[in-house]
Design a protein around this ligand. Structure first.
Ligand code: NAD
Ligand code: TDX
Length: 338
């Protein structure tokens, strides 16, 4: 029997890379990409897989209970890999409501549908931001045991969804895994986030805004390494467990921006220090030991990953220019109907 995999948020950055990874790697699986196509969703990235027999696109809202239940009843998915979310911290500071609706309510609707129709496993893609922030002591890391202390409306909504996933496992025995990943970068990253924003602005000779003093630290992971981690957790993860994903690539924001400017051979005068983000978390750093014991090892260092990513943005200017102008959404001709 062919397995049916529902991937939510598969028109976005990480979900989009994961859809391509799965469609190409597992010809014996049917891959269903469910996405609402918000400002962050774009299907042009899938032009090379859209005609494949094992790929289906469903335009739907994860918070639309009736539609989601009807879909799950019809398809009886084997796995759900749940990426769909509002994902940008700055947007959550100005408009928290949609983060609660999508990230909390939407996750609960999916969990209910999985509980009612039965499932082999529900994989919930979360973030290291649910742990709050670390100080600048380089010997401290987030482990899976670190208490949840989210600081932004975004991370609070993600932590809430994590707790619902946990509760559906503890209360109803739903088979789940939660993954908590550090900052991703790579192809198709939406240019509102630090790395693609910097690359696109530097290429257009525009100023790059750095919040505060630029000393905040993030732990960077190439999206291809994240896809391999989720694949491993999906197939080998112990039911009910949480797995942190990170590759020990801590950099200050200023280091990241200077690296990109230098690789592109431009002037550091493009850097502009601006007002700090409200509640700006100081440092994130992941201890990935548990996932490494399961057999995961990242292929990219920050140096090899950022070089690959910058080259990708140089080769795909049309994509990010369309995304920035907002004139890019292409509706899928072979849309699945529920
Ligand atoms: P993204 O913003 O690029 O993509 C999100 C996708 O979800 C979009 O395609 C959007 O259309 C879709 N979506 C939004 N609301 C929806 C709804 N109501 N119904 C259906 N689809 C909807 O996000 P991303 O950066 O790819 O992040 C994916 C997941 O990974 C998120 O859950 C995020 O919290 C998590 N995560 C991201 C990072 C990172 O560095 N980007 C790191 C750790 C965890
Ligand atoms: O213009 C900017 N200038 C700047 O200094 C932007 C957009 C960001 N920053 C800083 C803020 C952060 O310290 O750069 C750092 C990275 O910012 P973002 O790219 O917005 O990412 P972050 O807030 O760390 O969150 C990301 O990683 C964790 C994702 O957006 C989340 O979805 C994920 O959960």
């Amino acid at each position: 029997m062919r397995k049916k995999i529902l991937i939510t948020g598969g028109a976005g950055f990480i979900g989009g890379n994961f859809v391509q990874y799965m469609v190409n790697k597992y010809l014996e699986y049917d891959i269903y990409n469910l996405d609402l196509l918000t400002y962050a969703g774009d299907l042009t990235k899938h032009k090379e897989i859209e005609d494949k027999k094992n790929y289906f696109f469903i335009r739907a809202d994860i918070a639309d209970r009736e539609t989601i239940l009807a879909l799950f009843e019809k398809e009886k998915f084997d796995y759900v890999v749940h990426f769909a979310a509002e994902s940008h911290v700055d947007r959550s500071i100005t408009d928290p409501g949609v983060f609660v609706r999508t990230n909390v309510l939407g996750t609960q609707v999916l969990l209910d549908a999985a509980k009612l129709t039965g499932i082999t496993k529900f994989i919930h893609v979360s973030t290291d931001e649910v742990y709050g922030e670390l100080d600048f002591d380089p010997t401290t890391f987030f482990t899976e045991e670190t208490p949840l202390q989210p600081n932004s409306p975004y991370s609070a909504s993600k932590a809430s969804s994590d707790l619902l996933v946990r509760a559906y496992h503890e209360t109803y025995g739903l088979p789940v895994n939660i993954t908590r990943c550090s900052n991703n970068y790579g192809p198709y990253h939406f240019p509102e986030k630090l790395i693609p924003l910097t690359i696109s602005r530097v290429l257009n000779e525009q100023k790059v805004p750095i919040y505060g003093d630029g000393k905040n630290i993030r732990d960077w992971l190439h999206v291809f390494d994240h896809c391999a981690a989720i694949d491993l957790v999906m197939h080998e993860g112990v039911i009910g467990e949480v797995y942190n994903v990170g590759g020990h690539n801590e950099r200050t924001n200023l280091e990241v921006v200077k690296t990109i400017i230098n690789v592109l051979g431009k002037s550091e005068e493009l850097i502009e220090f601006v007002a700090d983000r409200l509640g700006h978390d100081k440092r994130y750093a992941i201890d990935p030991t548990k996932l490494e014991k399961l057999g995961w090892k990242p292929k990219y260092t920050f140096e090899t990953g950022i070089a690959q990513t910058i080259q990708w943005y140089l080769d795909n200017k049309e994509w990010w220019e369309q995304v920035i102008s907002g004139k890019y959404q292409k509706y899928f001709e072979k849309q699945y109907s529920i």
